[in-house]
Design a protein around this ligand. Structure first.
Ligand code: DOR
Ligand code: ZN
Length: 432
């Protein structure tokens, strides 16, 4: 056998279009291979470029009881991802070259998905002093995305300085938009549901006011701003306004699968599995977010995969940590909310789950077309294979999925990273 196996993927439907064969040699898609080492019958399966997640909590270092780079990478590969961005709210915080390099190296060792550490904007996520952004950018991890996610860079002067540094580094600042002074004690979206349940209301203005401020700072500085987990109709309106009135403003935004599907009424069972930051919103917001994703106002889907240990979720609502698993359910939830509703076709799914996030993060080898000469990063999806979510059966250490018992309409069957299968027939592949 040659040094690198050649593969023919036969009868597959790229972007859900007409069946064809894809060929892989040396980690790259090629026109054809003679006498391939392996042929995979992919009749009926849809091929997309490998998915890219700009917002994953892998919890390493320090939160290994909830997730590790290894278990999170497995969940990502099983979800069809070939690249994930690991948020820095770890313990210690990823605010230095040492920590980002550790996460990056662990990702390479595990090898199931490209793991890109996100660097903290401020030291310890405390919002006061800028972290060593330049040092993290210069480290082997080559950090190009910075965020204090979990916390907002609330101070406008700190945010402006962060944007100025990011511009100099050709990096992007991903903002968790939440004016903390408006959310002290807040537990659930401020509306009739929270009032009925006796949960302290979470004013959506906390998000919208920061989005408005930050798009203006982006325009002023010329830097790149990415808005994390956009969750209200008005936040989407602000993005539209920013682009219409400020030619060339460099802003992008993501929406999570749970903010596309679930609404604030989910809290009615008082089950903290539905507690998340930002909180689940009313159906008028989910509908507006779906439209905003379809028309490009919101650029992409990001999971905000947030595993939590049992003791952080199996408690009363107000004591529970916010966050939910997302990596293995993201694609099916996007299909449910965007494809089954006619808002996006499979090309659109490739755009919002792979191409746009890769572009925002500046990845040259992800989110590429399924064409000869391009890196063989792909996911093959069975559009007819429904499955039922069981938290205990997911690859994550934690099991805090909000979709327990729910039927998902499509399954990830195979995932390939640079010509190597990371998932075959729904199973993670070990080293070969
Ligand atoms: O729900 C959330 N969980 N939102 C965040 O911003 C942080 C995340 C976490 O780290 O658990
Ligand atoms: Zn966040």
């Amino acid at each position: 056998m040659g040094s690198s196996p050649t593969t023919r993927i036969s009868g597959v439907r790229p972007y859900g279009e007409d069946p064809t064969d894809l060929h892989v040699r040396d980690g790259v898609l090629v026109e054809a291979v003679d006498d391939p080492d392996e042929t995979v019958d992919a009749g009926g399966l849809i091929a997309l470029p490998g998915l890219v997640d700009l917002h994953t909590h892998l919890r390493e270092p320090g939160g290994e009881e909830a997730e590790t780079v290894e278990t999170g990478s497995a969940a990502a590969a099983l979800g069809g991802y070939t690249a994930v961005f690991a948020m820095p709210n770890t313990d210690p915080v990823a605010d230095s070259p040492v920590v980002v390099e550790h996460v990056w190296r662990r990702g390479r060792e595990v090898g199931l998905v490209d793991v890109y550490p996100v660097g903290a904007v401020t030291v310890g996520l405390e919002g006061a002093r800028l972290a060593e952004m330049g040092m993290m950018a210069a480290s082997p991890a080559r950090v190009r995305m910075f965020s204090d996610d979990g916390r907002c860079v609330n101070d406008p002067l700190v945010m402006r300085r962060a944007l100025e540094y990011a511009r100099a580094l050709d990096a992007v600042v991903a903002q968790h938009a939440e004016d903390h002074r408006l959310t002290v004690g807040a537990q659930a979206h401020d509306g009739p549901v929270a009032a009925r349940l006796g949960l302290a209301g979470w004013d959506p203005t906390a998000e919208e006011s920061i989005v408005a401020r930050d798009v203006m700072l982006a325009a002023t500085t010329g830097a790149r701003l990415h808005v994390c987990h956009l969750s209200t109709a008005r936040s989407a309106e602000i993005l539209r306004w920013a682009r219409e009135t400020h030619d060339g403003v460099r802003v992008s935004a993501e929406v999570t699968p749970h903010h596309l599907l679930l609404t604030d009424t989910a809290a009615e069972d008082y089950d903290p599995v539905h507690k998340v930051n930002p909180p689940l919103r009313p159906s008028a917001d989910t509908a507006a977010l779906r439209r905003a994703l379809a028309d490009g106002t919101v650029d992409c889907v990001a999971t905000d995969h947030a595993p939590h240990a049992v003791e952080d979720k199996d408690c009363e609502w107000s004591a529970a940590r916010p966050g939910m698993l997302g990596l293995q359910t993201a694609l099916p939830v996007v299909v449910t909310t965007m494809v089954a509703t006619g808002l996006l076709d499979w090309r659109g799914v490739a755009r919002v789950c792979s191409e746009a996030p890769a572009r925002i993060a500046g990845l040259a080898d992800q989110g590429r077309p399924l064409a000869a000469g391009e890196p063989a990063n792909l996911v093959l999806v069975d559009p007819d294979a429904a499955w039922t979510v069981r938290g205990a059966a997911l690859a994550s250490r934690a099991d805090n999925t909000p979709y327990e018992g729910m039927e998902m309409p499509v399954s990830v069957v195979h995932t390939m990273l640079r010509g190597r299968w990371t998932v075959r027939d729904g199973k993670v592949q070990g080293d070969d």
